[in-house]
Every structure is written in structure tokens, then in C-alpha cells.
Design a protein around this ligand. Structure first.
Ligand SMILES: Nc1ncnc2c1ncn2[C@@H]1O[C@H](COP(=O)(O)OP(=O)(O)O)[C@@H](O)[C@H]1O
Ligand SMILES: [Mg+2]
Length: 635
């Protein structure tokens, strides 16, 4: 229940309209209760007296009541939709925002589908609840209460009957409520697992096919679906009992009213009009009473949905600005880019031993430091410390003398650019994927035509030509210049970054150049092409500090050398930490640091290390040995 209350601030902001809509809900249901009263009055009055003219006024009144009811229903639907759909958007945005700023570890621990199902299913459940469920859940009992009072006013006996009929229902619902809530939670969680499974199966479709494991995947999925079906069935069974309990009230009441009414009319202490009015009121109450069962189920599902929503919203924002917040709008300063690691230790939250310990490193402004080490020694972990994807667990890292933790987080990430070995591309154009690397301040400085396309929802490729239309004012058809153009105009920065990453050539050959949609995770591109786009994203806008975590592992040696040379030339004054596994990369760096057993065991130039460090020779030698082998094979 508390989790639903937490939406109160949003409801309060629109409380006036929301209450007005509630009055409409109540009115549209309650006004119909007048009809039985009028009917009873017609039976005892005009019909008993044979006075046809006396019928006209009550008939007109009944017609008016019908029209008023229809108008209220129309107006409530009209008014509620904009409000609750606005809320849904707001909550979804907040959820998304939260996910952007929770610790990276959270994403390791939470299956993607669980987050997906919360952002999609649970929030639409909540929207429906605030639009209909909640209003009717409060209105229906009030209507039933009103009906009970009318019954009591028709005759005290009828009032007693109404109360007696309510007792078994309320008891049954109290008993069933808990079971329903548990099943509902399990069902919604399983929904999250299903989303995860589908996501993985789609992502890994090539692997599944290549290993002939599609039947295995299908079976796993079937088991999950069956489990969901089980929970849904439990819900349906419990629900049918709740529904039954609700239906019993009017049935019991109708029987009792007929019995007592007949007895009363025969005994002469009740009129036929009274009995007919009581029967009709009870009939009218059937609808709200039966709805209570359904509304309760809906309410319980909404409580679960709200719980699941707040579980995500309550995840700690563990990496924040020094004041515990995350400000969107960092003040741009200029930095020299002097990086210092001081007795840095890093331990994964769930690990016993630190993976990195006693790391001391000093990277001068503009220097390129290559980090070399065997697989699994923690190079990636070390790289993640610089943009503060993870925080050091002891010691400190400073940038120009200031601890990284004293920077505003968005400011730091504006200074530090990263490219990882595993390139992630988003479902949008090549241009947007690369321009994403431009940090807030720079994006704002871009010409309007450029920013107009970025930030647009993915997958709207059809509108691409239309939106870039205005650019054509300067030179020829817009799509061809911006898509396949050279180093001028709004795309100049993108092209420059692509050149550095040795990606310009293949992008030019893509069907729509920069406007080519790279599908989900860039499925249509090769691994090396994706890596080069991810690298272009890292180098666009010439970041002060560049962290390259083996970003060219899937690229051939020649291309890698070309990229490294371009990097040195264009980003000569960027401080660069590059994780390297090829001698050529290491040779191009100003200095090389060797990571071994979680420590920096040696630093020096590539040649110095080759001369004096056996482990380094092994690390590098392995590749040159392999190279010699391939050389031989070629011959
Ligand atoms: N969340 C985690 N908890 C514990 N150990 C982890 C976690 N993530 C990665 N590791 C381990 O940390 C080690 C270092 O990983 P990584 O930095 O990726 O190595 P490298 O990049 O040098 O190959 C690996 O052995 C990996 O198994
Ligand atoms: Mg790695």
C-alpha cells in the first residue's frame, strides 16, 4: 500500500482535476440510483391511480438522468486520459533516468528483462489503475453504501438485509486477498524473466542457430511460459472466488427482499411500489458490487506494480556528484589532463580479494600510456575507474590534482572519453552513433541542423531525408552532402572522427553513408567496423582524456597501426590510456606499464621493457611469435 502512496506528490499536483473527475465517476454511477426511486413512486402513484398524465414528468426525469449519465461518462473519459498518460510518461522517464545513474554493478546483477517489464508492463498497469481502478474502487463502495441507505429508507428491514448480505463477502475477500497478491507478484516477476529470455534469444540468435540449440532455447522458454501460466491460473482461481463472493451479495439480498416484500405486501405493511423500488435498487447495485471483485484484483496487481517500480527507483545512485546529486549541466572548464593514480585499490563488491592493489601511475598531460597485461588481470577494471564507472575502493585518482570524486560526474565524463573492446551501437544512424560522443556543451554548440537529428527516437529512418531537407540551402541535395560528404559543413566533426578511427572509407561505402541505420547493436556491421565506429564516438570532439580499452581487437594489424598513428597526430595533446595487446600499439605509446597480479610491476618505453622485462617479452613475444608463424604459413 505504501508504495502506491508514494505517487501522491504527482497526484496532488493535479488534485483539482482528479477530484473533479472522481465526482463525475461517482455522479455517473450514483445518479442511476434515482431511477428505482422514481419507478417505485410511479407504481404507487400514477399507476395505482390510473393517472396517465401524471407519468409524463417522471418519465422526462428518467430520460434526463440517462442523458446526464452519458455526459458524465464522456467527460470523465475525456479528462482522465491526458492526465494519467502524462503520469505514465513521467514515471517511465524517471525510471529510465534512474537506470542511467545507478551503479554499473546494478546492471550486472539485474537481468535486462526485469527492468524492461517494469518500464513497460508495470507502468501501464499503474496508468490504468490511476485512470479507472482507483476511482471506481473508491466510488463503488460509496455507491453500494448509498444504495444500502436508500434500501434502509424504503424500509428498515431492507437495510438489515443489505448489511447481512455484505458480511460473508467482506470475510471471503479478506481471506483471499493475500493469496491473490502473492500470485500476482510471482506472475509479474515471471513476466520479467520472460522478457529477459526473449531478449537473450534474439541477441544470441546466431549462436543458437549455429549450435543447433534452438530447440533447447524453445524448451527453456516453454518452461517459463508454463510457469507464468500457472501463476495466472492461480490468480484466475482466486479471482473467481472473489468474484463469486461479490456476486453472492445481490443474489442473497434479492431473495430476501422478495420474501420480506411479499410478506409485507400481503400483511399490508408495505406497498408494491416499495418492493419494486427495493428490487430495482438491488439490481442496479449488482454492477458496482460485481466490479468490486475485479477492482480488488486490479488494485492488488497495481500494488505489485508499484512495489516493482519503487524497487528500481530506490536503487542507490552510488556514483554521484560530491553533494550526492547528479547535476545535468556541468560548467565547462579547461583541463590539462594530468592523471595520477595514488595507491589505488579496486575490489569487486562480491569479491574477497582486490583485483587491483597499490597502483601508482602518473600520466602527464598529453602523454600516451599503454597498459599491458595478461587476460583477466584487471585492465578493464582499471580503465573503468577513470570515467568513474566504478569507484576505487582505496587510494585515489586525481585529474589535474583534484580527486575524481570531487568532480561533478557529468563534468568528469565530458573530460574523459572511453571506447571499450565490446562496441555497443544504438539502433539509429551512423551519424548519431558517433555524434553521441560529443558532450553536452559541445552538442549545444553545433549548428541547428545537426542537433535536430540527434536525440530523435531510434528507428525513424523514414523521416531522415525530410528532416535534413533545410540543409540543402547551402549545397545541392541535403542527403547526399550530409550523408556522403567531406570534411565541411555540420558533419565535419563526425567525418574527422571517422577518419581518425579509419572508418571513413567503409562509412562512405554504406548505402546511405552517415544516414545508414545500423540495426540493433549494429548487427549488419562486422565486429571490426563496429569497433571503429565506437572508437570514432570516443575521439569525436577531441577529449582531454581518452581511455581506449583494447578498442581495436577485431581490426587487422595494418588498420590498427593506421589508427594509432592518426590518434597520435590528431590527439597529440589528449592524455591517453590505451590497453594494448600488440607490440605495434605499445611501441607507439610514450610509455608502457605492465600490469601483473593486480599491480604495476614495471614501467618504461616499449624498447626498455623488451630489453629488461621477461614477462613483458612473453606477453609481446606471444603475438610476434604468432605473427612469425602466419608469416611462415603465407610463404
Ligand atoms: N563483478 C565481478 N565480481 C568479481 N570478479 C569479477 C567481476 N567482474 C569481473 N571480474 C573478474 O575480474 C577479473 C578482471 O577482469 P578484467 O578487468 O575484465 O580483466 P582484463 O581486462 O585485464 O582482461 C576477471 O578475472 C573477472 O573474472
Ligand atoms: Mg579487458
Amino acid at each position: 500500500m505504501r508504495s502506491l502512496w508514494r505517487f501522491w506528490p504527482d497526484v496532488r499536483a493535479r488534485l483539482g482535476v482528479y477530484l473533479f473527475i472522481f465526482v463525475l465517476t461517482l455522479g455517473s454511477m450514483g445518479i442511476a440510483l434515482l431511477v428505482p426511486m422514481i419507478t417505485g413512486w410511479i407504481v404507487d402513484g400514477p399507476i395505482a391511480r390510473g393517472d396517465f398524465a401524471g407519468m409524463l414528468a417522471p418519465l422526462a426525469l428518467i430520460l434526463l438522468i440517462g442523458i446526464a449519465e452519458a455526459a458524465a461518462v464522456w467527460l470523465r473519459r475525456r479528462l482522465i486520459a491526458p492526465i494519467t498518460s502524462r503520469w505514465e510518461v513521467l514515471w517511465r522517464e524517471r525510471l529510465y533516468d534512474r537506470l542511467q545513474y545507478v551503479a554499473v554493478g546494478v546492471h550486472d546483477a539485474w537481468p535486462a528483462g526485469q527492468l524492461l517489464s517494469r518500464a513497460v508492463n508495470d507502468l501501464s498497469q499503474l496508468r490504468r489503475f490511476f485512470a479507472f481502478g482507483l476511482q471506481f474502487l473508491i466510488a463503488s463502495p460509496l455507491i453500494v453504501l448509498g444504495g444500502g441507505i436508500i434500501l434502509a429508507s424504503l424500509h428498515p428491514y431492507f437495510g438489515i438485509i443489505a448489511i447481512a448480505a455484505a458480511v460473508p463477502t467482506v470475510t471471503a475477500i479478506a481471506v483471499l486477498e493475500r493469496r491473490y497478491r502473492l500470485a500476482s507478484r510471482s506472475a509479474q516477476d515471471t513476466m520479467g524473466e520472460i522478457a529477459t529470455d526473449v531478449e537473450e534469444a534474439v541477441q544470441g540468435i546466431r549462436i543458437l542457430k549455429a549450435f543447433g540449440r534452438s530447440p533447447w532455447a524453445a524448451q527453456r522458454f516453454r518452461a517459463l511460459s508454463e510457469r507464468l501460466r500457472g501463476f495466472e491460473l492461480t490468480k484466475a482461481y482466486v479471482d473467481s472466488w472473489m468474484f463469486d463472493a461479490a456476486i453472492m451479495i445481490p443474489v442473497l439480498a434479492l431473495t430476501a427482499i422478495l420474501a420480506v416484500g411479499t410478506w409485507g405486501v400481503i400483511g399490508g405493511w408495505m406497498t408494491v411500489g416499495q418492493v419494486i423500488a427495493a428490487l430495482t435498487v438491488t439490481m442496479f447495485l449488482r454492477m458496482p458490487i460485481e466490479m468490486v471483485g475485479f477492482l480488488l484484483a486490479d488494485f492488488l496487481m497495481s500494488v505489485t506494480a508499484a512495489n516493482r517500480y519503487w524497487e528500481v527507483m530506490d536503487l542507490p545512485l552510488d556514483i554521484t556528484d560530491p553533494d550526492g546529486e547528479i547535476s545535468e549541466d556541468p560548467q565547462p572548464h579547461s583541463y590539462a589532463g594530468h592523471i595520477r593514480f595514488d595507491a589505488v585499490e579496486y575490489r569487486f563488491a562480491d569479491a574477497e580479494e582486490p583485483i587491483l592493489a597499490h597502483i601508482d601511475l602518473d600520466i602527464a598531460p598529453g602523454e600516451t600510456l599503454a597498459l599491458v597485461g595478461a587476460t583477466g588481470t584487471g585492465k578493464t577494471a582499471l580503465a573503468a575507474l577513470l570515467p568513474r564507472l566504478q569507484d576505487v575502493t582505496a587510494g585515489s585518482i586525481t585529474l589535474d590534482g583534484a580527486d575524481l570524486r570531487d568532480f561533478r560526474i557529468n563534468e568528469l565524463r565530458r573530460i574523459v572519453s572511453v571506447a571499450f573492446e565490446d562496441p555497443v551501437l544504438f539502433s539509429t544512424t551512423v551519424r548519431e552513433n558517433v555524434a553521441m560522443g560529443l558532450k553536452h556543451a559541445d552538442v549545444r554548440a553545433l549548428p541547428a541542423a545537426e542537433t535536430g537529428t540527434s536525440g530523435r527516437a531510434a528507428g525513424a529512418s523514414g523521416t531522415e531525408t525530410a528532416t535534413s531537407g533545410p540543409e540543402s540551402g547551402t549545397s545541392g541535395p541535403a542527403t547526399s552532402t550530409s550523408g556522403l560528404g567531406d570534411a565541411h559543413g555540420p558533419d565535419a566533426e563526425v567525418w574527422e572522427a571517422l577518419e581518425i578511427a579509419a572508418a571513413a572509407d567503409f562509412v562512405r561505402r554504406l548505402p546511405d553513408g552517415l544516414n545508414t541505420e545500423v540495426g540493433e547493436q549494429g548487427l549488419s556491421l562486422s565486429g571490426g567496423q563496429r569497433q571503429r565506429l565506437a572508437l570514432a564516438r570516443a575521439v569525436i570532439g577531441k577529449p582531454r582524456v581518452l581511455v581506449l580499452d583494447d578498442p581495436l581487437s577485431a581490426v587487422d594489424v595494418d588498420t590498427e597501426d593506421r589508427v594509432q598513428t592518426a590518434l597520435r597526430r590528431v590527439l597529440g595533446d589528449s592524455t591517453t590510456l590505451v590497453i594494448a595487446h600488440r607490440p605495434s600499439t605499445a611501441a607507439l605509446a610514450d610509455r608502457v606499464a605492465v600490469l601483473e597480479g593486480g599491480r604495476i610491476t614495471d614501467t618504461g618505453t616499449h624498447d626498455e621493457l623488451l630489453a629488461r622485462n621477461r614477462h613483458y617479452r612473453d606477453l609481446m613475444g606471444a603475438s610476434s611469435h604468432a605473427a612469425a608463424e602466419t608469416e611462415e604459413v603465407r610463404r
